[in-house]
Design a protein around this ligand. Structure first.
Ligand code: OAD
Length: 246
């Protein structure tokens, strides 16, 4: 396998960094076998319309279809495990004095790789809450294809995921924005950086003088402000950890 080379300045910057924001998206889970959203062939949004499946209006119109789609996504996770990219992120967190991991992913692969407390901006695939009163509801076996009813108010159960048109949960967002403002380095990994406000984070950090390092096999809108490491995260990140802390 070809050796991955890194600029000596990048290695030095990571060795010296006190505060680092690690910002991830669906690409970090791609090599675990989970589809991204915007891949032109395999992406979820290439095959399904978000307005039919990922909005409160879609759920109000046709809760069973929406529910079944998330149950299908939950079943997809049955044999999915973290990949070397997730493990390298946990290793980065362990070595850096102050690392904050912020993810747009709703999977739990960061946790399974050993990351202690990732900040989930877009919610959690396996958690549920009542669509009416908001109370947390238990996990549901992935073959149940109608949404259970809330035992408090009789409302319908929905996945605890942020849908299009909904605000981000306040506390995670505030913690993520603070980490972006304080970071000396941002690693933006496996995200197209197109969904706002999450995609603001690397830009906010750049405005306050942070070095933005992007790990992605494809160009994104962050390219002009980033030091670009072009390639899959499962290959680039373990090599980066090994280069910074040999
Ligand atoms: P996207 O599907 O928009 O972007 C995935 C990115 O990962 C792309 O830039 C790919 O080039 C890159 N990628 C693919 N394979 C990779 C690999 N092996 N290693 C590293 N990068 C790779 O996914 P997100 O940016 O996460 O929202 O999308 C943001 C949000 O849009 C998601 O959180 C989701 C979606 O609608 C909600 O669920 C609320």
């Amino acid at each position: 396998m070809a050796v991955v080379e890194f600029a000596p300045q990048l290695i030095e910057a990571l060795r010296a960094a006190e505060r680092v924001l690690i910002f991830t998206g669906a690409g970090v889970s791609a090599e675990s076998g989970l589809p991204t959203f915007r891949d032109p062939q395999q992406g979820l949004w290439a095959k399904f319309r978000p307005e039919d499946l990922a909005t409160p209006e879609a759920f109000a119109r046709d809760p069973e279809t929406v529910w079944r789609w998330y149950q299908w996504r939950r079943r997809m996770h049955a044999d999915v495990a973290p990949n070397p990219g997730h493990h390298a992120i946990a290793a980065l967190e362990a070595r850096l004095p102050q690392a904050t991991l912020v993810t747009q992913n709703v999977d739990r692969l960061h946790e399974l790789a050993g990351s202690a407390a990732p900040i989930h901006l877009h919610g959690h695939l396996f958690r549920n809450r009542c669509a009416d009163c908001g109370i947390a509801m238990p996990e549901v076996a992935p073959e149940i294809d109608t949404p259970p009813l809330c035992t408090s108010c009789g409302g319908l159960c929905r996945p605890d995921i942020v849908w299009f048109g909904e605000g981000l949960p306040a506390e995670p967002w505030e913690a993520a924005a603070r980490a972006a403002q304080e970071a000396e380095i941002v690693l933006s990994i496996g995200t197209s950086a197109t969904v706002h406000p999450a995609a603001e984070l690397p830009r906010m950090a750049h405005r306050t003088g942070a070095l933005v390092v992007q790990v992605n096999p494809q160009p994104t809108r962050l390219d002009p402000i980033a030091h670009n490491l072009r390639g899959p995260s499962a290959k680039i990140l373990p090599a980066l950890v090994a280069a910074v802390w040999p």
